[in-house]
Design a protein around this ligand. Structure first.
Ligand SMILES: *[C@@H]1O[C@H](CO)[C@@H](O)[C@H](O)[C@H]1NC(C)=O
Ligand SMILES: *[C@@H]1O[C@H](CO)[C@@H](O)[C@H](O)[C@H]1NC(C)=O
Ligand SMILES: *[C@@H]1O[C@H](CO)[C@@H](O)[C@H](O)[C@H]1NC(C)=O
Ligand SMILES: *[C@@H]1O[C@H](CO)[C@@H](O)[C@H](O)[C@H]1NC(C)=O
Ligand SMILES: *[C@@H]1O[C@H](CO)[C@@H](O)[C@H](O)[C@H]1NC(C)=O
Ligand SMILES: *[C@@H]1O[C@H](CO)[C@@H](O)[C@H](O)[C@H]1NC(C)=O
Ligand SMILES: *[C@@H]1O[C@H](CO)[C@@H](O)[C@H](O)[C@H]1NC(C)=O
Ligand SMILES: *[C@@H]1O[C@H](CO)[C@@H](O)[C@H](O)[C@H]1NC(C)=O
Ligand SMILES: *[C@@H]1O[C@H](CO)[C@@H](O)[C@H](O)[C@H]1NC(C)=O
Ligand SMILES: *[C@@H]1O[C@H](CO)[C@@H](O)[C@H](O)[C@H]1NC(C)=O
Length: 483
C-alpha cells in the first residue's frame, strides 16, 4: 500500500498548516545611539550578523547607520523622533522632504526598510499632550509623501504605542481600555493603521509593570512557573506579558479593531540601576520570553495567534539616556555598551548562544581615580559635579557599584567623566583631586569602563570635517578658476 503514506503526509501537512499561523514570526532588536561613545555602525551590523539577528528597529534615520545596513539582508524600521512630529503634521511638503532625504536613496540602494515608526512612544503619559496631537497628521502626510514617491507598497507606517497608553483599573484584562485622554487620537490611529493595513506596534514592559505596580510579583513578571497566577473569570494568566497583552486586546476590541495584527515593538529587562534589574533576572526574563514566543500558545484572548514580530529592548546599553524614569534606563542592553554578551540565551532556534562584537577599539587601559594622599574635603562636591554629565547610574541604590563606599564612589564618578571626555588629561583634574592610573579599579560586578575609541560620534565629527574639506577644495578651485 504505497499511497497511504502519501495521503497521510498530505493530511499531516494540512493539519500543520491549520495549526500553525501562516506567517513566519521573528525576533528583532531595538538599537538606540543615545550614548557618549556609541559603538560604530560597522561593528553593530557585524554583531547583528554574527548573532543572526535579521530585524532591527531604529529611533531615527541616521545616514551612516542606514548605509552600514546596505546589503545586510536585515529588515529595518526607521524612526521619526517626537520632536519632528509638529513640523511633519503641519505640511505635506515637509513630509515629502523627510521621505526624500531619509528614505528614497536608501530604498533605491540595498537597505531593506520595512516600517517607518512615526514618533517614539508619543503617547507616554509623562509627555502629556506634547506630541500625540501631531501623530496622526504626521502619519497621514508621510503616507501621502510615500504614495507620491511610489514607495507606499514597499514601506508601512506604524505608530509605536507605549505600555501606559492602555490600562485596566481592576487589573483584569477583560476590563482593558485606552487611556481616556488619548481615546480620540487612538481611534484615528487605528483607522489609519486599518486603512493602510499596517500592524499595531506596542511596547510592553513587565519590568515597569512590576516596578510601578504592587500587584505584579517579580516571579509573575519573570515568567516563573511558580508565580501565583491571576484569574480573570475563567481565564488564567500565568505571566505579566500575557496579562498586558490581553489588556491591550480588550482595548483594541472595545475600540472596534479586535483582529488587528500586533507587533511587540519593545520588550526587555534592564541589568542595572534598580534593585531587581540584575543580569540574572534579565537572563531569566529573556529565556522566558523566547520560550513563550517559540511555544506559540498565544494568550487566553488570542489563543494560538502570536504577535507578528517582537523586538527586544534593547541591543546595547546607552549611557546618555534620560533617567527621569529611573537609573535602569541606561542598562536595557542585551549586550554591554561595547557589544559584549551579558548573559547567554539562544536567540533563535538556529543559533547556540550569543557572541561578542569583534574588532572593538578602546582607549588605552587608563582610569581616573581620586588621589587619597591629599585633602579630600572637596571630593564629594567634585564627584556630584562630574555626575551631572557623566554616567553614575551604577552608583544608585541596589546597583552594581552601590557597595562602593566613599571615596571609591568618587573615583567611579571621576572615571566616568574622564572616559566620556576621551581620557583627556584635563578631564582628570578635579581641582587637583584626580589621578590617572593604569591599575583597573573594578571590583566584583562593579566595572570601571574604558570607553570606545573608534566611536560613532568620532565618525560623525569626521564626516563633518570631510565636508568642510570638500567645501575648502571647491572654494579654492572656484578661486583658481577665476584667476
Ligand atoms: C496639524 O496640521 C493641520 C494641517 O496643517 C492643522 O490644521 C492642525 O491644527 C495641526 N494639528 C495641531 C495639533 O497643531
Ligand atoms: C531627515 O529629513 C529631514 C528633513 O529633510 C532632515 O531635517 C533630517 O535631518 C533628516 N534626518 C536624518 C536623521 O538625516
Ligand atoms: C490585584 O490582583 C488580585 C488578584 O491577583 C486582584 O484580585 C485585585 O483586584 C488586583 N488589584 C489591582 C488594583 O489590580
Ligand atoms: C473611547 O471611549 C468610548 C466611551 O468610553 C468608547 O466607546 C470608545 O471605544 C473608546 N475608543 C477607544 C479608541 O478606546
Ligand atoms: C529583588 O529586590 C528585592 C529588594 O531589593 C530583594 O530583596 C530581592 O532579593 C530581589 N530579588 C531578585 C530575584 O532579584
Ligand atoms: C528628561 O525627560 C524629562 C521628562 O520627560 C524632561 O523634562 C527632561 O528635560 C529630560 N532631560 C533631559 C536631560 O533631556
Ligand atoms: C582640608 O581642607 C579644608 C578646607 O578646604 C580644611 O578645613 C581642613 O582642615 C583640611 N584638612 C586637612 C587635614 O588639612
Ligand atoms: C575646596 O573648594 C574651595 C572652593 O572652591 C576652595 O576654596 C578650597 O581651597 C578647596 N579645598 C581644598 C582642600 O582643595
Ligand atoms: C553589597 O554588599 C552586601 C553586604 O555586604 C551584599 O549582601 C550584597 O550582595 C552586595 N551587593 C552587590 C550588588 O554586590
Ligand atoms: C559616595 O558615598 C558617600 C557615603 O556613602 C555618599 O554620601 C555620597 O553621596 C556618594 N557619592 C556618590 C557620587 O555616589
Amino acid at each position: 500500500m504505497v499511497p497511504l503514506p502519501h495521503s497521510l503526509m498530505a493530511v499531516t501537512l494540512i493539519a500543520i498548516s491549520i495549526l500553525c499561523p501562516s506567517r513566519v514570526q521573528s525576533i528583532g532588536v531595538n538599537w538606540g545611539t543615545t550614548a557618549s561613545h556609541p559603538l560604530p555602525p560597522s561593528n553593530v551590523v557585524e554583531l547583528l550578523k554574527l548573532n543572526k539577528i535579521t530585524k532591527l528597529k531604529l529611533f531615527d534615520s541616521n545616514p551612516q547607520i542606514l548605509e552600514a545596513l546596505s546589503g545586510s539582508a536585515i529588515d529595518v524600521t526607521v524612526g521619526i523622533p517626537n520632536s519632528a512630529l509638529r513640523t511633519l503634521n503641519s505640511s505635506v511638503k515637509s513630509a515629502e522632504s523627510w521621505v526624500h532625504d531619509n528614505l528614497t536613496r536608501y530604498l533605491s540602494g540595498r537597505t531593506r526598510i520595512e516600517y517607518i515608526a512615526v514618533g517614539d512612544e508619543p503617547f507616554l503619559q509623562r509627555y502629556g499632550s506634547q506630541f500625540y496631537p501631531f501623530v496622526v497628521g504626521a502619519a497621514i502626510n508621510i503616507e501621502a509623501a510615500l504614495i507620491r514617491a511610489k514607495l507606499s507598497n514597499k514601506v508601512k507606517i506604524v505608530i509605536p504605542c507605549s505600555f501606559d497608553a492602555f490600562q485596566s483599573e481592576s487589573g483584569l484584562p477583560s476590563k482593558g481600555h485606552f487611556r481616556p485622554d488619548i481615546n480620540k487620537t487612538m481611534t484615528q490611529v487605528l483607522n489609519f493603521l486599518a486603512k493602510t493595513r499596517s500592524p499595531f506596534f506596542v511596547n510592553i514592559s513587565p519590568f515597569l509593570s512590576y516596578y510601578q505596580n504592587k500587584n505584579i510579583s517579580l516571579d509573575f513578571a519573570l515568567f516563573k512557573e511558580t508565580a501565583h497566577p491571576h484569574h480573570d473569570g475563567r481565564r488564567l494568566y500565568k505571566n505579566s506579558l500575557e496579562l498586558s497583552y490581553d489588556t491591550l486586546i480588550t482595548a483594541l476590541t472595545v475600540a472596534g479593531f479586535p483582529n488587528i495584527d500586533i507587533v511587540i515593538s519593545q520588550i526587555g529587562w534592564p541589568t542595572d540601576g534598580a534593585p531587581n534589574a540584575t543580569v540574572s533576572n534579565a537572563e531569566i526574563f529573556t529565556k522566558g520570553l523566547l520560550d513563550y514566543f517559540h511555544n506559540r500558545k498565544g494568550s487566553p484572548l488570542r489563543p494560538r495567534v502570536m504577535p507578528l514580530e517582537i523586538y527586544i529592548y534593547t541591543l546595547l546599553d546607552e549611557d546618555q539616556r534620560n533617567i527621569t524614569a529611573g537609573s535602569f534606563e541606561r542598562h536595557w542592553g542585551l549586550f554591554t555598551f561595547d557589544g559584549q554578551v551579558k548573559y547567554q540565551v539562544d536567540f533563535s532556534q538556529t543559533t547556540k548562544g550569543l557572541v561578542n562584537a569583534e574588532s572593538v577599539e578602546y582607549f588605552a587601559s587608563r582610569w581616573c581615580v581620586v588621589n587619597n594622599n591629599i585633602n579630600m574635603s572637596n571630593a564629594s562636591g567634585r564627584a556630584m559635579e562630574a555626575c551631572t554629565n557623566a554616567d553614575c547610574t551604577a552608583l544608585s541604590p541596589g546597583s552594581s557599584c552601590f557597595n562602593l563606599s566613599w571615596p571609591g564612589n568618587v573615583s567611579y564618578a571621576f572615571n566616568s567623566y574622564y572616559q566620556q571626555h576621551d581620557q583627556s588629561a584635563d578631564s582628570c583634574d578635579f581641582g587637583g583631586l584626580g589621578m590617572i592610573t593604569t591599575v583597573d579599579p573594578s571590583v566584583g560586578s562593579c566595572r570601571f569602563n574604558v570607553e570606545l575609541k573608534a566611536s560613532f560620534s568620532d565618525f560623525l565629527r569626521g564626516s563633518k570635517f570631510d565636508f568642510s574639506l570638500i567645501l575648502l577644495v571647491v572654494t579654492v578651485w572656484l578661486f583658481l578658476d577665476r584667476v
